[in-house]
Structures are given as structure tokens and as C-alpha cells.
Design a protein around this ligand. Structure first.
Ligand SMILES: CC(C)(COP(=O)(O)OP(=O)(O)OC[C@H]1O[C@@H](n2cnc3c(N)ncnc32)[C@H](O)[C@@H]1OP(=O)(O)O)[C@@H](O)C(=O)NCCC(=O)NCCS
Length: 232
């Protein structure tokens, strides 16, 4: 059983097809299938990195050996571990990075690469009126950072809920706090806590948890180094 919320990040490594195959063989069967289903090598590498990050977190933080569990999907497509209601995890990828959060309670994570400039038409379409007003009032350079802050807050929340983008992002408003974390109260009156981390200055990363006991930093992993024993 996991004790505290843990957050990991890894840069996507460059591997030969042969090595992708060997590393993938050490992962959960469902992840192996997913990796081989991708036609693009970059997608295979991204999915492999996510699988390796998750495998290591399950082994080290939850004492779960890879052979002792399997992955299932909710009706909304959120992966979860069969028969382990106290082990919740979530994965996100963007550009060079894959991130993974594991917690006792539902958790959501989202990382996005900051792309400039922001299309305000998109902001108007996807965000609430208040968020649109806030972002459009900013200077062009600041608009992009704020856009991706709001985006990762929203997406980490809908991923913690497990609904994903089936929940319209303009149906609720997130406040970006200057404090250590932001708080969101959903319609069911549950409190959610959102914290931003910096793993790379060109990316924004937000984690949404059901409590405010966030680790101070994200642990950066070299997935090849830390999983080397899997392929020797
Ligand atoms: C889940 C979703 C929010 C992911 O967004 P994204 O920015 O593309 O991708 P991210 O890298 O942040 O996250 C991907 C991970 O989220 C996880 N995930 C998938 N469905 C999820 C859900 N319903 N809730 C939480 N997490 C989910 C998976 O682990 C996935 O990684 P994996 O494929 O390596 O296992 C989004 O794809 C979604 O909601 N899809 C379903 C609805 C949909 O497709 N709508 C389209 C029109 S609105």
C-alpha cells in the first residue's frame, strides 16, 4: 500500500527497436499491447517510458510486483489496477517528458509544453468566461504561460475525476493561487487541491489530489538507468 503521494518525471529516452522490445517485455501485458499498437516510434517510446515509470513506482512505493496485478480501464478510459482500490495513479506526456503520480486516493496529473502564441479564440471556446477575461487581459508573452497553467489545472482535475475531456473544460473555473497550491470545490462539494511543479522551464505541470499533502518536488528518473536490470 502506498503511504504518500509520489510524483515522478522522466525524459523520453532514445532507444533502438530491439531495446524497446526488451524493455516492453518487462511491463504489464496491457502496456506491452499498447506499445506495440503504435505505428510511430515516438509514440512507442513515450508509452514505454510511462510503463517503466509506473512499474518502478508500483514496485518501490507500493510493494506491488508486476506479476501480481493487471491494468483495467474505466468506462472513460482511465487505467487502474485490478483489485487495488487504495493504489491510484495517473500518467501524462507532452513533448520530451512523461510524468506519473501515485496516491492512495484518486489523483490526476497533466504536463503541457508551453507553445507561444496562444490563440484567444481557443481560450474563449475551451475556458470559462472568467478565465478568458483573465488571460486576454495579459501581455502576449504572459498569456501563454497562464493559458497552460489554467489548462493543466483543468485537465489534472478532470483526470483525477476520471472523466477526462468528456467533461467540458468551460463548465467550471479554476483559480490559480499565488500560494503553495490552489483549491477547487466541485459540485459534489468535494475539495480538490492543485499544485504546480517545474520540471522544465518550457513546460507546465499540475497535480490534482484529494488532499493537500503534496511532496515538495517531483522526483526525476532516468528510466533506462533505473530499469537496467530488466534487460540484462
Ligand atoms: C484522458 C485525456 C484527458 C488525456 O489527455 P491528453 O492531453 O491527450 O493526454 P495526457 O498525456 O495528459 O494523458 C494521457 C494519459 O491519461 C490517462 N487517461 C486516459 N483516460 C483517462 C481518463 N478518463 N481519466 C484520467 N486519465 C486518463 C492514460 O493513462 C493516458 O496515458 P497512457 O495512454 O500512456 O496510459 C483525454 O485524452 C480524454 O479525455 N480523452 C477521452 C475523451 C475524448 O477523447 N474526447 C475527445 C473529444 S472532447
Amino acid at each position: 500500500m502506498i503511504n504518500d503521494l509520489v510524483i515522478y518525471a522522466a525524459r523520453i529516452p532514445n532507444l533502438s527497436e530491439q531495446d524497446i522490445f526488451w524493455y516492453a517485455a518487462a511491463l504489464l501485458a496491457e502496456r506491452q499491447k499498447k506499445i506495440t499498437s503504435y505505428r510511430q516510434r515516438n509514440d512507442r517510446l513515450r508509452s514505454l517510458t510511462a510503463g517503466l515509470l509506473l512499474r518502478q513506482a508500483l514496485e518501490n512505493d507500493c510493494d506491488i510486483a508486476i506479476g501480481d496485478t493487471n491494468l483495467l480501464l474505466t468506462d472513460y478510459g482511465k487505467p487502474y489496477l485490478a483489485g487495488r482500490p487504495n493504489v491510484n495513479f495517473n500518467i501524462s506526456h507532452s513533448g520530451d517528458w512523461v510524468v506519473c503520480a501515485v496516491d492512495k486516493q484518486p489523483v490526476g496529473i497533466d504536463i503541457e509544453k508551453i507553445e507561444v502564441p496562444v490563440d484567444l479564440k481557443l481560450v474563449k471556446h475551451f475556458f470559462s468566461q472568467q478565465e478568458y477575461a483573465d488571460i486576454s487581459s495579459l501581455h502576449v508573452q504572459e498569456q501563454a504561460t497562464r493559458f497552460f497553467q489554467v489548462w493543466t489545472h483543468k485537465e489534472s482535475y478532470v483526470k483525477a475525476l476520471g472523466i477526462g475531456l468528456y467533461m467540458p473544460l468551460n463548465s467550471f473555473t479554476v483559480g490559480i493561487s499565488d500560494n503553495d497550491y490552489s483549491v477547487l470545490v466541485d459540485e459534489g462539494k468535494q475539495l480538490w487541491f492543485l499544485k504546480e511543479y517545474e520540471v522544465d522551464k518550457d513546460y507546465v505541470l499540475t497535480v490534482c489530489a484529494a488532499h493537500n499533502l503534496f511532496p515538495p518536488t517531483v522526483t526525476i528518473r532516468d528510466v533506462l538507468e533505473s530499469n537496467k536490470r530488466l534487460v540484462v
